[in-house]
Design a protein around this ligand. Structure first.
Ligand SMILES: [Zn+2]
Ligand SMILES: [Zn+2]
Length: 265
């Protein structure tokens, strides 16, 4: 395969989804081939993890348990097929949800999953907690987000925190500062990098949040860039990458070119 010799672009990405989550498009092969064309050397898939809902709720934004096998098989086949061009890793993006945690870890062990990233999309799960990305001035939602993220991080099961600035609190700035500084400090103690999210940048979401990264810069967190691919076009979006790197530079944040994944316990 022909490499376009793209120099100023990421070489490793651990954040990508597949059609199984019901809001991502294209085939895994297309993602892998696009990544190779872009000069990426390590590409991890981290589709939205299955949740073992207790009352038969059917999620519309994550894969089913019955799809895990196909996910892992497809990626293992691609891993072998493309081994000379790129390292493919198999992971999940997961919220930390107390009631689901043990069962999710068991699935990860059973399927020999390479890693997890922590993406706290909800305060709880999607049927019982608010969406973190919904605009709010309620401090208890901000606080709940930070608390769950820290509790999840402390399990040492997650390689990094995806879009830590997903929480869309638009109330008092000092309150935001206090809670997010606490999050940054705790994750720094745990040596857990924070992700600049390219998809958020490219689609003008509330993240990357400049104020958040100012706080992370003060605290001295390390960062990683995550594509958060839900289709192949974002894998080619060098501009979104550059814009994330610019926020990092402005706030003196070290961006790690690659990190070793944490095997789930
Ligand atoms: Zn998604
Ligand atoms: Zn994601």
């Amino acid at each position: 395969m022909q490499n376009k010799q793209i120099t100023n672009y990421l070489k490793a990405n651990l954040h990508a989804h597949t059609f199984r989550c019901q809001h991502a498009y294209g085939t895994e092969r297309e993602y892998v081939e696009t990544a190779i064309e872009m000069g990426i050397k390590e590409f991890g898939f981290s589709d939205h993890i299955f949740c073992p809902f207790k009352h038969g709720e059917v999620s519309t934004m994550r894969m089913k348990l019955s799809e895990v096998e196909g996910y892992v098989d497809t990626l293992n086949n691609l891993k072998r097929e493309y081994k000379n061009d790129i390292d493919i890793l198999i992971g999940f993006e997961a919220e930390y949800i107390r009631d689901f945690y043990e069962e999710q870890m068991k699935i990860c062990r059973d399927y020999d999953i390479d890693y997890l990233i922590l993406g706290q999309h909800f305060i709880g799960d999607e049927f019982h907690g608010p969406y973190s990305g919904a605009q709010t001035t309620d401090e208890s939602i901000l606080e709940g987000y930070v608390e769950l993220a820290i509790e999840g991080a402390k399990t040492n099961s997650y390689t990094y925190m995806a879009h830590p600035d997903l929480i869309f609190y638009t109330g008092n700035k000092e309150i935001y500062y206090k809670h997010m500084k606490h999050l940054c400090e705790e994750l720094k103690k745990l040596d857990m990098p924070l992700e600049f999210n390219m998809l958020g940048r490219a689609t003008n979401r509330n993240y990357p949040n400049e104020f958040f990264w100012q706080i992370a810069g003060e605290v001295g967190n390390k960062a990683i860039i995550g594509i958060d691919a839900h289709d192949t076009t974002i894998i080619q979006n060098v501009e979104a990458y550059n814009q994330c790197m610019e926020i990092a530079r402005k706030n003196n944040i070290e961006v790690l070119p690659k990190i070793d994944v944490k095997k789930t316990p």
